[in-house]
Design a protein around this ligand. Structure first.
Ligand code: IFM
Length: 467
């Protein structure tokens, strides 16, 4: 929990940093991120098996405007042009995810060579353009065939996941140097199995508890498999929010500790410290299954880096109606919010990065996602002016620089997202892209924020000091 609530007007100032020279160090990895279901389209092409997101988005009433990822950004067919676009933006790295069911239509067993070939071609094309591929193994699109066997609630998922991971290590491991096991396990559990707003759309606290544990086991097993198969680096990407109490009341302060345990420590404490936070057992009660010493040892398999996805802080209010942690986020009237309703809080990025450094022994960190949805104007003469996104990125990059100057072992930054894409339950109504995508024609237009990001990359961030 963070006791000092940052003030809306206090912007981080890298010039105030004591020793760091202007700009980011050479070798700092500059990239952008996407995920398979959000951009690829063609979900069943070339023998792919359906994912839970394909099924969920086709169920009535699940997605804004009844939209689906059937076409998305048509990246499955347009990837060569998209890689050219990335090169034009000056990206040094590209983080994407593999759709499990494209390569293993039933989630295990039979290989779909055409699906795997897509990712091989993508990786080769990236390397040809001087862009480092960063692969996320799981960004929410579990094969339906595995969901029908219990999905993440079935302990066997750890073996299924490790076998799938091994297949990719063997196929792409000679060309991919950074691997991410899971994207945002907390969201997988909370959105998919407790709130039910994301696929597979279940609402069951006890199932959520099992899913939480199985995600850790799957992560651990994939890391162990990487030690046997891989030669480079593997980590996990978690979404973190520094939690601040909404008031000085005891109820809000206690709620803040629970919210912090639930979102920030639930996965990281087992991975880095070999134990679950006591609050997790308390909040799930009898629904929390036994997690053996062997399970903990597996979850604790050493990782090479941590991916941090950062969007906002959590100003926390006690709310007994919200299960299991009895807390919710509120917003402060004076603070700008994004179109998602999330408070803009660049100072929170410094706090959360310093918290990771202090609590988990200063692991190497990549900011694996950071960005914002704002209502962009329509393109005018080939220009999309998005000053709010430019300001958001600028302030967060300056915050990242401050954290670096304070000793956080920050190795890279990935903007979310390369393209306007399918924002899950929000459909296409929320745009996070550096590049706008016309839904009718699929035309891509880099926004002003893309041009800004290119300048940041070209100057190693030194241009941030002039703004
Ligand atoms: O679009 C998502 C992404 O898939 C996971 N992290 C948060 C992003 C914005 O909501």
């Amino acid at each position: 929990m963070f006791s000092k609530t940052p003030q809306p007007d206090s912007h981080p100032d890298p010039r105030a940093a004591p020793t760091c020279p202007p700009g980011f160090p050479p070798g700092f990895l500059w990239g952008a991120a996407t995920s398979a279901y959000q951009i690829e389209g063609s979900p069943l092409a070339d023998g792919a098996g359906a994912s839970i997101w394909h099924r969920f988005s086709h169920a009535p009433g699940t997605i804004a405007n009844g939209e689906t990822g059937d076409v998305a950004c048509d990246h499955y067919r347009r990837f060569p042009d998209d890689v050219r676009l990335m090169r034009g933006l000056g990206l040094r790295a590209y983080r994407f995810s593999v759709n499990w069911g494209r390569v293993l239509p039933e989630g295990r067993g039979r290989l779909n060579r055409k699906g795997l070939a897509f990712y091989e071609r993508l990786v080769d094309r990236l390397l040809d353009h001087g862009i480092a591929p960063v692969v996320t193994l799981y960004h929410w699109d579990l094969p339906v065939a595995l969901d029908e066997r219990g999905g993440w609630a079935n302990r066997d998922v750890a073996h299924w996941f490790a076998d799938y991971a091994c297949l990719l290590y063997r196929s792409l491991g000679d060309r991919v140097e950074l691997w991410i096991t899971l994207n945002e396990p907390w969201v997988v559990m909370q959105g998919g199995y407790i709130a039910g707003t994301l696929a597979p759309g279940r609402r069951d606290l006890a199932e959520g508890a099992r899913v939480s544990q199985n995600l850790l086991l799957a992560h651990g097993q994939a890391v162990r498999a990487y030690r046997a198969e891989g030669r480079h680096a593997i980590g996990i990407a978690v979404n973190l929010e520094p939690k601040y109490p909404a008031s000085g009341s005891r109820a809000d302060r206690e709620a803040t500790v629970r919210a912090d345990a639930y979102m920030n420590r639930q996965f990281l404490d087992p991975i880095f410290r070999g134990e679950h936070p006591a609050e997790i057992r308390e909040m799930f009660g009898a629904a929390w299954p036994e997690f053996s010493d062997e399970d903990i040892a597996l979850a604790r398999s050493p990782i090479d880096f941590l991916g941090v996805n950062y969007y906002t802080r959590g100003l926390t209010r006690h709310d007994p109606a919200v299960k299991p942690h009895r807390a919710r986020n509120i917003s402060e009237a004076a603070r700008r919010t994004t179109e998602m309703g999330w408070e803009v809080c660049p100072e929170g990025l410094i706090d959360i990065l310093e918290w990771v450094k202090a609590r988990y022994g200063n692991p190497p960190i990549f900011i694996t996602e950071n960005g914002a949805a704002f209502p962009d104007p329509l393109p005018c003469q080939g220009i999309v002016d998005d000053p709010l996104r430019v300001a958001y990125l600028c302030d967060h990059l300056r915050a990242a620089h401050t954290a670096l100057a304070r000793g956080v072992d920050l190795r890279g930054y990935f903007a979310w997202s390369l393209l306007d894409n399918f924002e899950w339950a929000e459909g296409y109504s929320k745009r996070f892209g550096l590049v706008s995508v016309d839904r009718e024609t699929q035309a891509r237009i880099p926004k002003a924020s893309a041009r800004f990001y290119t300048e940041v990359i070209d100057t190693h961030g030194a241009c941030l000091l002039d703004r």
